[in-house]
Design a protein around this ligand. Structure first.
Ligand code: FPP
Length: 224
């Protein structure tokens, strides 16, 4: 059976779920957050060390301002209300992406990372204002300025995922089969599961089915 140390998720389909069920895209984001909480609990139950969630891409700035504000308010409230609880559960929060938000949110994110930085049970990487291509470009630039060799080891050292093992599993909900500029380097050997369900409808049973399926896969990493 394959060991499972890191699950990454593209949480797609909030908007469609919200429009269909509540006539509002934002209601879909609110419901999506409930799924996030369910999946965190289930990740702990499964003793998985890392969970990476794609919450906002560099391309998501193209959305209407009202939706962007709603999403960041949701995140702010989540951090204010839940960070103590996450900390008590020995969960570490790390942000992937460029922290270029309001002063208040930047501070909240930095404080949350700092407060939980020594926690060891589960590391949640929240990808916010994240884009894989720009992550790779800045890593290459850093290699160039340090005049070190361009190789895998050095590249890994300058990626934001430094010290984080590559994802074993990538799940994308929402019936869309693409990577959307998410962890392009780190997903090189991940097992990918595209799910038809929209993120707010995704549940513990779906998650455990994927984990079970993953454990049975013969992972070759290029060998036979
Ligand atoms: C993609 O669905 C989802 C997002 C861009 C936001 C993800 C946010 C959450 C799950 C809730 C907030 C999370 C935290 C941690 C505070 P979409 O809107 O692109 O859906 P669509 O494809 O149906 O339009």
């Amino acid at each position: 059976m394959n060991p499972l140390n890191h699950v990454a998720i593209i949480m797609d389909g909030n908007g469609r779920w919200g429009l269909k069920n509540k006539n509002s895209r934002n209601a879909g984001h609110k419901a999506g957050l409930i799924t996030v909480e369910k999946i965190i609990k289930e990740t702990i139950k499964n003793k998985i060390g890392y969970l990476t969630l794609f919450a906002f891409s560099t391309e998501n700035w193209k959305r209407p301002k009202k939706e962007i504000n709603y999403l960041f308010n949701l995140l702010e409230n989540f951090l204010v209300n839940k960070i103590e609880d996450l900390h008590k559960q020995n969960i570490r929060l790390k942000i992937l992406g460029l922290k270029k938000f309001s002063r208040k949110l930047n501070k909240l994110l930095n404080n949350s990372e700092k407060k939980t930085s020594k926690n060891t049970r589960l590391q949640i990487n929240l990808a916010l204002n994240y884009g894989s291509k720009s992550e790779l470009i800045s890593a290459f630039k850093k290699i160039q300025t340090t005049k070190t060799k361009i190789n895998e080891k050095n590249l890994n050292r300058y990626l934001q995922t430094k010290n984080i093992p590559d994802p074993d599993i990538l799940i994308r909900t929402g019936n869309t089969k693409r990577l959307s500029n998410f962890l392009l380097w780190q997903l090189a050997y991940s097992e990918i599961f595209f799910e038809k369900k929209l993120w707010p409808a995704f549940n513990e049973k779906d998650y455990n089915r994927i984990i079970k399926e993953y454990k049975k896969i013969k992972r070759n990493f290029g060998k036979i």
